[in-house]
Ligand binder design. Structure first.
Ligand SMILES: Cc1cc2nc3c(=O)[nH]c(=O)nc-3n(C[C@H](O)[C@H](O)[C@H](O)COP(=O)(O)OP(=O)(O)OC[C@H]3O[C@@H](n4cnc5c(N)ncnc54)[C@H](O)[C@@H]3O)c2cc1C
Length: 458
């Protein structure tokens, strides 16, 4: 194939895994390589629908506003296409029924837009676009079984597939998700086992799909809250007028995966909007109840390794997978793919890319990791010791006061949502106005460490 204008690196880039991270990485790499081969172990359906390889796709997948913005840059027209497919786009403050431990958040316009679609639809839309890209070859049923190395194992030169098939590569991107085999592949090549940090809140999801009439909300969030409120729910109206309803519980307080038990669990939340929706909802017959328990935060310290192979980059859940309650994973993957593209754009030499890109990937992980882990460490400590360590108390104290304010102060909630959607950094929540309000305006409880309980808001 002729080398189109602007493509600077010869040969092909290989991406392992066609999830959100792999698809966006392939799109970005196509700007810089003659060819991109995207390899997926599972079967990729021709229509938007469930597939093996991403069992988490059965559960509510909210895309943060920052991720949506960046996806639109990479795939212009995507948002309009999703809307045309029946996916609602709405103001998160106005059309989400949000309950936090302190109560129901009053509805108000925030300017933070959220989108309701199934992960299947999002992935399919991205997949169509990537598959049609002239430089990209998308192969499903193609599990990568290992990496190919230079003789001294200092550089990755390709991948191995089943039946001893080998693909050479100028750059390999691992986007094979939470269960990536990359740590073992590195060990097999003589590298020390990468350190991994795991923080587990003992959280499980269970999800049902429903047909239901329109409501006065497009999404419902019932947030759990460490250390006392173990249960929560996410509900999203998706394409086709369907609703996805996920209930979840931390500290082993797991939702049942039979319909009767699931409904009881949901009812115990004591959320009137959820009760109203479920009362008029008909379960999608063939869908059933789907559970998911592998929700621990897991981060590989790849940038802490003294040696890192040239021509290898890992992104997405393969590097850091988060507790899904915060809805960060897809956005983080997209931002990392973007960072990979920027690193390539600024590089003259491919050999310098891997380390640099991996550092940028790690930098993108840092804030979402802190947000996710600070809450989950509270669960963890509470479960292990029945109390919180002193060093964790101020952050939790501040967050609880902030949420207490959010139910009475629209400005504070708007700021909170902007940070939640990664449109602003967390430091926005300690800006002078918010800080003063948090310190001096909050009344009532929320400062102590209440006893463990399961039910709805106070
Ligand atoms: C229950 C749950 C709910 C979630 N909810 C949200 C949410 O609301 N919002 C959000 O942003 N994120 C959410 N996430 C996280 C989100 O699913 C991921 O962060 C996101 O999909 C990015 O992952 P990825 O592309 O790195 O990996 P994945 O999406 O997991 O994709 C990895 C792909 O690699 C393939 N693969 C694996 N091994 C190989 C191999 N050897 N060879 C070839 N292919 C391979 C797999 O089949 C799969 O297709 C949730 C996660 C879970 C578990």
């Amino acid at each position: 194939m002729a080398n189109p204008a602007g493509i600077r690196f010869p040969g092909q880039a290989v991406v392992i895994g066609a999830g959100i991270g792999g698809l966006t990485a392939a799109r970005v790499l196509a700007d810089h390589f003659e060819r991109v081969v995207l390899l997926e172990s599972g079967v990729l359906p021709a229509v938007a629908g469930p597939r093996d390889g991403v069992p988490q796709a059965r559960h509510v997948h909210g895309l943060l506003a920052r991720g949506a913005k960046q996806l639109e840059v990479l795939f212009p027209g995507l948002q309009a296409e999703l809307i045309a497919a029946g996916a609602p786009l709405f103001d998160h403050g106005l059309f989400a029924s949000t309950t936090v431990f302190a109560g129901l958040v009053p509805r108000a316009r925030t300017g933070v837009r959220a989108h309701g679609f199934s992960r299947d639809l999002l992935e399919w839309s991205l997949r169509q676009r990537v598959a049609q890209h002239p430089q990209v070859t998308l192969r499903d049923r193609s599990p990568v079984t290992g990496l190919r190395w230079s003789p001294d194992a200092s550089q990755v030169v390709g991948v191995r597939l089943a039946d001893d098939e080998i693909l050479d590569a100028s750059l390999v991107v691992d986007a094979s998700g939470r269960f990536s085999k990359l740590p073992q592949w590195l060990v097999d090549a003589g590298y020390p086992r990468p350190a991994v940090k795991v923080v587990d809140a003992g959280l499980a999801y269970a999800t049902m799909a429903f047909d239901a009439p329109s409501q006065d909300f497009e999404a419902l969030q019932h947030m759990n809250s460490a250390p006392d409120l173990t249960r929560g729910a996410f509900v999203l109206r998706i394409e086709g007028g369907r609703w996805l309803a996920t209930v979840f519980g931390a500290l082993g307080d797991h939702p049942p995966t039979d319909e009767t038990g699931w409904r009881e669990f949901a009812a115990q939340l004591g959320n009137p909007d959820l009760d109203k929706l479920l009362a008029s909802a008909t379960p999608v017959k063939e869908a059933g109840v789907h559970g998911f328990k592998r929700t621990e935060n897991r981060r590989h310290a790849y940038t802490a390794m003294r040696r890192w192979p040239r021509r290898l980059v890992a992104i997405g859940d393969s590097v850091a997978a988060f507790d899904p309650v915060f809805g960060q994973g897809m956005t983080v993957s997209v931002l990392q793919a973007q960072a990979l593209g920027e690193t390539l754009a600024g590089a003259d030499d491919l050999d310098a890319v891997a380390r640099r890109a991996q550092r940028r990937v790690a930098a993108i992980v840092r804030t979402p990791w802190l947000m996710s882990v600070s809450e989950d460490l509270a669960w963890h400590h509470y479960r292990e010791r029945g109390s919180l360590p002193l060093w964790l108390r101020p952050a939790l104290w501040y967050k609880r006061r902030l949420l207490r304010l959010a139910v009475v102060d629209a400005e504070v909630y708007r700021e909170f949502l902007s940070v939640y959607h990664m449109l602003k950094p967390p430091t926005a929540l300690v800006g002078p106005r918010t800080l003063a309000k948090v310190l001096f305006k909050v009344r009532g409880p929320g400062q102590g460490e209440p006893a463990a309980r399961r039910g709805g808001p106070r």
